[in-house]
Design a binder for this molecule. Structure first.
Ligand code: NAD
Length: 503
């Protein structure tokens, strides 16, 4: 995007900044019946940007009923071609209203528009386009089965939509991660009730307008705002008429949702937290490793589930690596989302900043050497109330330290030296998480060898966040349950029945 385009978007954001959210139930926007809600704060300066209604059992009941009716009505009767044509139109409409989505996402999260315009919003549209292709090319297995009378039988699989899907999404990449679930769910014939994060209600609401504009039947896409426990999130995941629950968020929340999903034995698909390692071997191309690791640690102010929070560097290049990553971190510019020179926005909220700062303090207590950062930066007066935090690098922590084992979800990392490949693999695999890893090496055989030993769902070699949406995506250990993406999404979003025909 050009600098002029970013400035145009910036003025758009400033001229029309207040946004109230609404539930979107059965094709209609509504404030709901609870008379409860909360002020939505922009983390850039903590200003109030709008009001969000809190949904209760009534709204969840209405949304699930609407989703069920749509499944049994026009949506359920549509051919896959009609359905996917409509979803292609959703993608086109997101692209047409790109500026509005960009503005909404930046208001909610404070993330730089230069980032959201390259990643969040285009991926929001791509998530609809990609799964329409998959839905049109579903194949199932077929067996010719011998029988004792010699006539034989044919067995073949039929995939049907799973039904009403509950989508519980987080705040770090709100549109991207929500549509990553809604795209395949709808393409494969399901209907959805979305409970977006309480921190980021706007793009899910805006998507309701898009659904109506392109003619998606009412009840297919529903949004109910609220919190988790004893609020819309819990009511939705406990609802007896929900057939499957897909969730992205913290591992602890996943445990709570799994308990809720046990009522009625609903299937779950979970994309959870991570404490992702990067391993930098002495034979790595150091320029590329520094560039890639700078992105993997600090992008989106460290609020990326796939981001790197632990770096293991082979001893001969350790000092140089630390020095160069420090230089890279110190050139990152914190600033307003609309400023094209901004590299980092604030954290999503003051509450989340308090969590990140508690790790900053704990790391020092546990013996860290602070290479750079470690506290709240000085910001201009108009931004001082925002959720700003310094990009931070530590060395010297013991392997059992909290900052080396717990997900922090901030712009920070710990760097530790290693000597042998065996040691690197062992420490990289040493946490309870298993989401992603990055390996930096110029040796092809080492790359294959080490990648195959990483206990993670996705392992990058000499890159980071290079995503092909057809590939399996998910986490191992406590980082997730199941895989989504490409044909792997079929496993969760459809029921596979076998048909046996005696000839
Ligand atoms: P979170 O778990 O706090 O909240 C996620 C969603 O769950 C929110 O909508 C919240 O309201 C809802 N929720 C909370 N308690 C609930 C309950 N008991 N029942 C139903 N819903 C409930 O996560 P977050 O802070 O929004 O997001 C950050 C986390 O998400 C990090 O741990 C990050 O690693 C993870 N994440 C993982 C992936 C992945 O692909 N694996 C991607 C992005 C983020």
């Amino acid at each position: 995007m050009t600098v002029q385009a970013i400035h145009k978007r910036a003025s758009l954001a400033q001229s029309n900044a207040r946004r109230d959210a609404a539930h979107f139930i059965n094709g209609t926007f509504t404030a709901g019946s609870t008379n409860r809600g909360w002020d939505n704060h922009c983390p850039v300066d903590n200003s109030v940007i709008g009001f969000v209604p809190e949904g209760g059992k009534v709204e969840i009941d209405q949304a699930v009923s609407a989703a069920r009716a749509a499944l049994e009505g026009p949506w359920g009767r549509m051919s896959v071609v009609e359905r996917t044509d409509l979803l292609g139109a959703v993608a086109d409409e997101i692209t047409r209203r790109f500026d509005e989505f960009l503005e909404a996402e930046s208001l909610d999260t404070g993330k730089p528009m230069s980032l959201a315009s390259h990643i969040d919003i285009p991926r929001g549209a791509a998530n609809f386009k990609m799964f329409t292709d998959i839905a049109k090319t579903i194949s199932t297995e077929c067996f010719q089965t011998p029988t004792v009378d010699g006539t034989g039988a044919i067995n073949y699989g039929v995939r049907r939509p799973k039904g009403v899907i509950a989508v519980i999404s987080p705040w770090n990449l709100p549109l991207l991660l929500m549509t990553w679930k809604v795209g395949p769910a709808l393409a494969l014939g399901n209907t959805v009730v979305v409970k977006p994060s309480e921190e980021t209600p706007l793009t899910a609401t805006l998507l309701g307008e898009v659904m109506n504009k392109v003619g998606i039947p009412k009840g297919v896409y529903n949004v109910v705002h609220g919190f988790g426990p004893n609020s819309a999130g819990e009511f939705l995941t406990q609802h007896p008429d929900v057939n499957g629950i897909t969730f992205t968020g913290e591992t602890r929340t996943g445990e709570a949702i799994m308990r809720q999903a046990a009522l009625g034995l609903r299937q779950v698909s979970f994309e959870l937290g991570g404490k992702n390692p990067a391993i930098v071997f002495a034979d790595a191309d150091l320029d590329k490793a520094i560039e890639g690791t700078t992105r993997s640690v600090f992008s989106n102010t460290g609020q990326v589930c796939l981001g790197t929070e632990r770096i293991y560097v082979q001893r001969p290049i350790f000092d140089e690596f630390v020095c160069r990553l420090k230089q890279a971190a110190e050139t990152l510019r914190l600033g307003r989302p609309e400023d094209p020179n901004t590299n980092l926005g604030p954290l999503v909220s003051l509450e989340h900043r308090e969590k990140v700062l508690s790790f900053y303090r704990k790391a020092v207590e546990e013996g860290a050497t602070v290479i750079t950062g470690g506290s709240i930066p000085e910001m201009p007066e108009d931004l001082a109330a925002g959720a700003w935090v310094q990009p931070t690098i530590w060395t010297g922590l013991p392997d059992h330290a909290a900052a080396v084992n717990e997900e922090i979800f901030g712009p920070c990392c710990h760097i530790r030296p290693f000597d042998t490949e065996e040691e690197a693999v062992s420490v990289a695999n040493s946490t309870r998480y298993g989401l992603a890893a990055a390996i930096w090496t110029e040796s092809l055989s080492r790359a294959h060898r080490v990648a195959s030993r990483m206990e993670v769902g996705i392992c990058w070699v000499n890159s980071w966040f290079l995503r092909d949406l057809r590939t399996a995506f998910g986490g191992s250990k406590t980082s997730g349950i199941g895989r989504e993406g490409g044909v792997h999404s079929l496993e969760f979003y459809t029921e596979l029945s076998n048909v046996c025909i005696k000839l």
